[in-house]
Structures are given as C-alpha cells and as structure tokens.
Design a protein around this ligand. Structure first.
Ligand SMILES: [Zn+2]
Length: 142
C-alpha cells in the first residue's frame, strides 16, 4: 500500500524543514528530478546514507537503508529545540536554563533528556545574536 501522506515539519533553522511518514525515519529534501522528490536522512552528517523518494505513483519509498534505529521522538525533539530557539530570537532576557526548563514542561521526559543546556547553549547564543540589532547603540544601565 503506497504512502502518500508525507509530513513536513519545521527544522531548527527558520525556513528549513524535515519530512517523514510517522515511522521514526526523518529526511531533508535533496532535490526534485523528473517528477520524483529525493530525500536524504537527517543524520547524513553523521554518516547515515538512508534515502527515500516520493512520486505520485509509488508514494513515499525508503530506498537506501539507515545505519540507526527509527527514532519516534525526533519530531518532538525538533519541536522543543525550535520553541527554545524562537524565544532566543525574540531576545528574551532570561536565563538559558530557565527557557529550556519552561519549554520542556510541554514534552515527554525522553525528549527533555535530549535537549540539555550543554547541547543547546551554542545554538541558543547564535539565535540570540542573529536578531540582535547590530547598528544600534549599546544600552547602558546607570
Ligand atoms: Zn538515517
């Protein structure tokens, strides 16, 4: 039975996405050729060669095996990371750990365990700096 329902969810960087068919394997879109869409595993950077294709006849098909187990928590992990980074982009003046704690309350413990301060602080700082008004004068407290 071909699968035609492909979920598209926002990744951590604004305007980037990942795709999946609710089976624990997640992809970034690679390219489109002759009516087929090609996907690479989101863990390609860590050496996974997992691939998939989509077309209107065969639907979504995993074409190259992955070197890891399916991960059902990945979408929630991305959602939590996204929520945290969006708050940093809004330049909230709040301790990073506090933001992680507050956003994490909406997620399962398995997800929260992965989104630690140690893993998030660099990208949180980048998100914060990315929206900082670069041409404004510094603000001084007196
Ligand atoms: Zn993979």
């Amino acid at each position: 039975m071909p699968i035609f329902e492909v979920a598209r969810e926002e990744a951590t960087r604004p305007g980037t996405f990942f795709y999946h068919v609710q089976d624990g394997l997640h992809y970034h879109r690679s390219h489109i050729r002759q009516g087929s869409t090609y996907y690479n595993c989101v863990l390609a950077g860590r050496g996974c060669h997992g691939r998939a294709t989509y077309d209107v006849v065969d639907g979504f098909v995993h074409t190259t095996p992955h070197n890891h187990e399916p991960d059902m928590f990945y979408p929630d992990e991305m959602a939590l990371r996204r929520a945290i980074l969006r708050r940093c982009e809004r330049l909230e003046y709040m301790d990073y750990r506090r933001i992680i704690f507050e956003e994490g309350r909406r997620f399962a413990p398995e997800v929260v365990a992965r989104v630690t301060y140690a893993r998030m602080r660099t990208s949180m700082r980048k998100a914060w700096v990315s929206n900082f008004p670069t041409h404004s004068q510094p603000i001084w407290w007196n």
